[in-house]
Design a protein around this ligand. Structure first.
Ligand code: 13P
Ligand code: ZN
Ligand code: NA
Length: 284
């Protein structure tokens, strides 16, 4: 069942769980997410970043829509890190049911004004909007990039931002980075700050950089307003690690139907674990 992300996240917010939002860039990953969600009876979001859209092409979204329409569990198709009104328009035209506008690198006032413009466009056609305040860190290799330095979200700014823009959900910076924490080690998330932001804004929050964190911290976030957790790296690396192993052990292999299944299964195991960790299992 395909829907707008707002309704999905409101339920999660109210019932203290987070919906996993998984980055996909081919049909194998679409299957990974949908089959995991159905096995776990968990709602899920398929998100596609502009770089990923470049790879798959616009008409791929029609295929994702068809797949999501026929699931037993609620699903949304979300634009991850849209950087301009143009990205957002393209996503809406393609049939995404939700968009993110990430103007977190602009000034506070500019972030407000571009976000407002996107909200106006998107809400008109029943598409939900996520925006970001503060900056998520970046680690080498992640296509979502991020900032060299994390700027933590300020709770009072967040309150004003949400009031002025009328967004449906806010991405907050509380210490995570995109990708794996290769050099730095796992961060300590600022859960007190998260609780303060949640108290002030009162709308569902989003945690980016969901991979490679401490499980005991992740399971605190949805008790303090996080209703969506973005996950890319852990799923993709499970897929390609298994594929690398398979290709090394089977040097002559070249048929996709021979090579893909074990990689898909490895990714699916991770996604199902994350659904348990996010407390979204059996919440569909
Ligand atoms: P990870 O790669 O750390 O899971 O982050 C994903 C993300 O935030 C996509 O927007
Ligand atoms: Zn992100
Ligand atoms: Na991460």
């Amino acid at each position: 069942m395909l829907m707008n992300m707002k309704e999905l996240l409101e339920v999660a917010y109210k019932h203290n769980f987070a919906v996993g939002s998984f980055n996909v860039a081919n049909s194998e990953f679409v299957r990974v997410v949908i089959e995991s969600a159905e096995e776990k009876n968990a709602p899920a979001i398929i998100q596609i970043h502009p770089n990923e859209l470049e790879l798959v092409g616009d008409d791929f979204i029609a295929y994702v829509r068809e797949k999501c329409k026929n699931t037993k569990v609620p699903m949304a198709i979300h634009l991850d890190h849209g950087s301009s009104v143009k990205d957002v328009m393209r996503a809406i035209r393609n049939g995404y049911t939700s968009v993110m506008i990430d103007a977190s690198h602009a000034s506070f006032e500019d972030n407000i004004s571009i976000t407002k413009e996107v909200v106006k466009l998107a809400h008109d056609v029943n598409v939900s909007v996520e925006a970001e305040l503060g900056t998520i860190g970046s680690n080498e290799g992640s296509s979502e990039a991020g900032a060299d330095e994390i700027l933590y979200t300020d709770a009072n700014d967040a309150k004003r931002f949400v009031e002025e823009t009328d967004i449906d959900t806010l991405a907050v910076a509380i210490g995570t980075s995109h990708g794996q924490y290769k050099h730095a080690g796992k961060p300590e998330l600022k859960l007190d700050l998260l609780a303060e932001i949640n108290q002030k804004v009162g709308i569902p929050l989003v945690l980016h950089g969901g991979s490679d964190n401490k499980d005991e911290e992740i399971s605190q976030t949805y008790l303090h307003g996080v209703a969506k957790i973005n996950l890319s790296t852990d799923m993709k690396s499970a897929f390609f690690q298994e594929m690398r192993r398979f290709l090394t052990d089977n040097r002559g292999a070249y048929e996709p139907d021979v090579i893909m299944p074990s990689a898909r299964k490895a990714a699916q195991e991770i996604v199902k674990q994350k659904m348990d960790l996010f407390n979204s299992t059996n919440k569909a």
